[in-house]
Write a new protein. Structure first.
Length: 314
């Protein structure tokens, strides 16, 4: 019998989805892809395969989960299985460089960024960027890894050549334009089935005050999965929110074969919108959803159920 297969490496984040799948009485199986074997000569089972591997897997000692998942996705796609957030989505999940190039390809503005490998090169990149202040971040991140704000090249040198330098897991550090917002918040746009579901305003005033563009991902306490019980930032689902950027975001997702995502953006003092992060392993804030009476994981479970029903009909 065909079923829904959930590919992941984090039980805590996946439990919210499996609870909804049970609620809808949908058949499913969970594949934890931190470790395993894959017989390339075998044929995958029939079903719908949903990939929710996170770029931050290495922070949970699941260093090679993305690489193993890439192999599994290649195997599934070779046999023509129905895959939600397949290999292209994974490629963008684990690389902000790939995200920015894909966003730019569809006409979406991202902060000016230089990718660097090597400590001397990071310093050179900041000089080339020629913008003060500026930030650094990791290319493969999650939890805001490597995010630092600098007001001078000298301050950057102290960090890069000092004992507290945070080496990125893939070796790539991004030196990026700092976006100063007129008010301390960012907006995260949630999509299910490639279609806009809702936008959540994230109040970053109690977060990483020096870098509001990344305050919602600096640590678990500022992640959209957190609530007030973890001391998290405030989340508010926006009513009647339909800016023009939504059409561009949906086109971007379609062009890159991404069905489920959260896309984060921030406005600068002049009202220019910058998109700075695409999360293909999206999570939702339960308190904000309860207030708005809209539930991302429920809609996601329904979408996976629809995909399974369509497959069974065929």
């Amino acid at each position: 019998m065909s079923k829904i297969y959930v590919l992941h490496e984090n039980d805590e984040w996946t439990d919210h989805l499996t609870k909804r799948l049970k609620e809808l009485k949908l058949p499913f199986e969970v594949w934890h892809l931190d470790q395993g074997n894959l017989d390339l000569s075998s044929e995958p089972p029939e079903g719908v395969f949903y990939n929710r591997i996170s770029a931050s897997s290495h922070t949970r000692d699941h260093r090679f989960a993305p690489e193993f998942t890439e192999a599994v996705l290649a195997w599934l796609e070779r046999y023509g299985r129905t895959v939600v957030n397949g290999s292209r989505a994974l490629r963008l999940e684990v690389s902000k460089v790939n995200q920015y190039m894909a966003l730019n390809e569809t006409g979406i503005t991202t902060p000016k960024t230089i990718a660097s490998v090597g400590k001397d090169q990071i310093i050179d990149a900041a000089k080339e960027l020629d913008l003060v202040p500026f930030i650094t971040k990791h290319n493969r991140a999650g939890k805001g890894q490597g995010v630092q704000l600098f007001h001078s090249i000298e301050a950057l040198k102290e960090y890069v050549y000092g004992e507290f330098f945070d080496d990125p897991v893939d070796g790539v550090t991004l030196v990026q334009q700092y976006i100063e917002a007129p008010e301390p918040y960012i907006v995260r746009h949630e999509f299910v089935g490639g279609k806009f579901l809702y936008a959540v305003k994230v109040d970053t005033s109690e977060g990483f005050e020096l870098c509001p563009a990344d305050a919602c991902t600096i640590d678990d306490m500022y992640c959209p999965t957190g609530g007030e019980e973890t001391g998290g930032a405030k989340f508010e689902i926006l009513d009647n929110y339909h800016p023009q950027i939504l059409e561009q975001y949906e086109n971007f997702l379609q062009e890159n074969n991404i069905q489920v995502a959260g896309i984060e953006a921030i406005q600068n003092q002049d009202g220019q919108l910058y998109t700075y992060d695409v999360n293909t392993n999206t999570n939702y804030n339960s308190e904000a959803e309860a207030k708005a009476n809209v539930y991302g994981m429920l809609e996601l479970a329904k979408y996976l159920g629809e995909q399974l029903h369509s497959l069974q009909k065929v």
